[in-house]
Design a protein around this ligand. Sequence first.
Ligand code: GDP
Length: 368
Amino acid sequence: MEHPENSTSYKGLTVNAGIEQPSSVNPYLKNRPRRKRPERTASDYVEGILKGDITLLSQAVTLVESTKPAHQTIAQEVIERCLPYSGSSIRVGISGVPGAGKSTSIDAFGLHVLQRTGGKLAVLAIDPSSERSKGSILGDKTRMEKLAVHPDAFIRPSPAAGSLGGVARKTRETIILCEAAGFDKIFVETVGVGQSETAVHSMVDFFLLIQLAGTGDELQGIKRGIMEMADGIIINKADGDNLERAKLAAAQFRNALHLFPAPESGWTPQVLTYSGFYGLGIKEIWDMVYEYIGFVKQNGYFQYRRNEQSKYWMYETINEHLRHSFYQNPVIEPLLAEKEAQVLQGNLTSFAAAKVLLDKYFDTIDKK
Ligand code: GDP
């Protein structure tokens, strides 16, 4: 009973001696490896997703993103079984160069649409250059502070870096799972640097291009093809000193759009100014999006565009598998460098080299 607090000056307070710990009933318990998560079947995922279970949805998305063949097999089955429950959302692509204010805007847009129509929002991304550590896009949920803690929002970073086609396909498959889980609004974010806009355009109903007012030559840096894809161009940071410049930029974009042929949808792309940061002009942007959706649903373009997208993804998937199968082929791989060197030395034409390689490839396929 040696303890300072057991001295008589601490009346009424005694510290009892501890008792010896009993020995472990099962001495092996401590060293046992941690139990792995039980293997789930495709049915487990499908059931969970259809019930709106976010944990299972996230895990299924991880399988979609995985390159392991076993994961891919389950993922494909889950996607196929979710497909009949998908399609009933509004899919909006949001693009802009780094610093244009995509995260700030998506945060504001997301809150707006959730308040406006209820439902659930999934924010996905396509960023083939993404290196998570740099947090270039959507890696850190903190970029969308309000949505990140919203109970009806699901934010998922871009699949890890890979070929643009591959990354985009995974995002498209994730859309299907999210829709089956009851998400009726999907935002797909991408960094506006060229090719990735085409990928986003191929999976959304409305493509929003975020622009900034610059130094008077706004239109120079932006490629014609990208402007032609936009269903709406929105000039961000129309606040404070920047307001007039933003309005001027909007006028320039409007003029430029007049020079393009009328889009297939029959809809004239609009140019609006807003401030994502101060929440100005947000309602007008979504009035535009909803008006567009109503318009193209009526004239049949909505379904037409979705059908075209399905077709596009069928061919994209085939192309990717063929390319992968060719370049990863154990006979072809070592031959590539050899043939390339011969072409560079002028000993073989490009076409002859390609023919040799393709013939070899088809040989290996035939033998299988
Ligand atoms: P992202 O790289 O496209 O995702 O752009 P961010 O949303 O991270 O925004 C880049 C910077 O622009 C941040 O410092 C924002 O605070 C700022 N910003 C975003 N929207 C606005 C806006 O509407 N007005 C002003 N003045 N600044 C904004």
